[in-house]
Ligand binder design. Sequence first.
Ligand SMILES: Cc1cc2nc3c(=O)[nH]c(=O)nc-3n(C[C@H](O)[C@H](O)[C@H](O)COP(=O)(O)OP(=O)(O)OC[C@H]3O[C@@H](n4cnc5c(N)ncnc54)[C@H](O)[C@@H]3O)c2cc1C
Ligand code: HEM
Length: 403
Amino acid sequence: MLSQTTITTIKATVPALEAHGKDITTAFYKKLFETHPQLLNIFNHTNQQKGRQQNALATTVLAAAKYIDQLEVLLPAVKQIAHKHRSLQVMPEHYPVVGETLLWAIKDVLGEAATDEILHAWGEAYGVIADIFISVENEMYEKAAADYGWEGYKSFIVSKKVQESDNITSFYLKAQDGSKLPVFSPGQYISIRVSIPGEQYLLNRQYSLTALPNEDYFRISVKREALKDLPEGKVSNYLHNFVNEGDHLKVTAPAGDFTINIDDSAPIHFIAAGVGITPFMSMLHTLADSNSHRAISVIHAVQNEKLQAFHQELTELHEKLSNFNASFYYEEGNVSQKQNAFQYLSGRVNDDTLHQLDTTGVYYICGPVPFMQYVVSTLYKLGISKEQVIYEFFGPSMKIKEQ
Ligand SMILES: Cc1cc2nc3c(=O)[nH]c(=O)nc-3n(C[C@H](O)[C@H](O)[C@H](O)COP(=O)(O)OP(=O)(O)OC[C@H]3O[C@@H](n4cnc5c(N)ncnc54)[C@H](O)[C@@H]3O)c2cc1C
Ligand code: HEM
C-alpha cells in the first residue's frame, strides 16, 4: 500500500511526465543497454530505433502516475504487456534493474526538479507496479507450463514452407521432440528467436498463428519487410531467404489477448490491411470448425492482387461458413472479378465501406498503424462503442487518436 503522501507526490509529477515522458524513457533505454547489453538479446532493436518502445513505456508510466491510487484501472493494459513479457521471457529478476534505471533517467532528465522526495515516491510506486506485473506474469508462466507443458524457448522444425503471395510465406512448425501442441486461443501469437550470422545479439519477433489450432503443427505467415530506402527487415528476410524445410527455430508458447469469444453470437467484422489478415485466419478457421452461423465479414485491403495472401483459403472458408462474406480492396492495378460471392474493389477502405457495416457487431482490426488509426477512429465516429472495437498492433502498442 502506498501512503497518501507518496500518491500525492506521484500525481504531482504528471505534468512533468506529460512534457518529458519520451525523453525519460529514451534516456532510460540508452542507459539500460549500456549497463546491461545482454538485454539486447530480448528487446527488439528496430522498435528502439523507431522510438516505438520508448513511446509505449512513456505512455504506461504516465498512466501509472495518473492512476496510482486505482491501479486496477490499468489491469487490461498490464495483461496485454504481460503477455508480451511472458512471450519474451521477462523474469522477476529483471525488474530491479529496470526500476533503478528508470529512477536514474527521471533524475537525469528532470535534474533539480526531481527532488529526493519525488525519487523516493517513484521508487516506492515502481515497487508496487513491478509487483503487479510480476504476479500477473507468474500466473501466466504457471498457466503456460500447465496448459502447454513447456517453459522458455522450445525447438521446432520447419516441416513445410508455402508461399502465400509475392511477399508472404507460411512456415509450418512441428515440435522437434515430437510432442503434441497445445490448443491456443485463435488470434494469439508466438515469439520466435533466431541467431542470424553477423548479428551480435539474438533477435526475437512475434508472429500470429494462422492455422486452426491442432496438435501437430503451428503455422506462421511472414511478410518479407522490404521498404524502399530503408534497411530490409532482418528477421522476415532471414526467414524467407535462409530458413527452409528441416531447419530449426526457437519458439515460446502462444500468447496474447487478441482473441475471439467463440460462444458469442454478435456479427463479427474482420478488417485487415496487408499482413494484418494473419490473426484472423486462425479465428476464421475456428469459427468454421465450430459450424458457426454468425454473420461474419472480412474486409481485406491489399496493395495489389499479387500481394494478396489467403484468397483461396478464404474461398474454401466460404464453403464451410453459412453466413460469410468478404470484400477485397486493391490499391493499385486492375481488379479481376471472380465468379464467387466476394466483392472485388479498387482503392482503399473508406468511409463508405465502414458506413455500410451494421453497428451491432464486434470489430477486429489489424494492419499498419495509419490504417488502424483511420478505421478505429471512424468506427468510433459512427457511434460504435469502445467495447465493440478490438485491435492489435504488430509492434509496441500506440495510442489511437479518436478524431
Ligand atoms: C503481436 C504481433 C503479431 C505479429 N504477427 C505478424 C504476422 O503474423 N506476420 C508478419 O509478417 N509479421 C507479424 N508481426 C510483425 C513481426 O513481429 C516483425 O515485426 C516483422 O516481421 C518485421 O520484422 P523484421 O525483423 O523483418 O524487420 P525489422 O528489421 O524489425 O524492421 C521492421 C521495419 O522497420 C524498417 N526499419 C528498419 N530500421 C529502421 C529505422 N532505423 N528507421 C525506420 N525504419 C526502419 C525496416 O525497413 C522494416 O520495414 C507481428 C508483431 C506482433 C507484435
Ligand atoms: C513495471 C515495469 C515495466 C513496464 C511498465 C513495462 C512496460 C512495457 C510496455 C508498455 C511494453 C510494450 C508492450 C506492447 O505494447 O506490446 C513493454 C514491452 C517489453 N518489455 Fe516491458 N515493462 C516493464 C518491465 C520490463 C522488464 C523488467 C523487462 C526486462 C528487462 C521488460 C522487457 C520488455 C520487452 C523485451 C518488451 C518488448 C519490446 C519490443 O518488442 O520492442 N519490461 N514493456
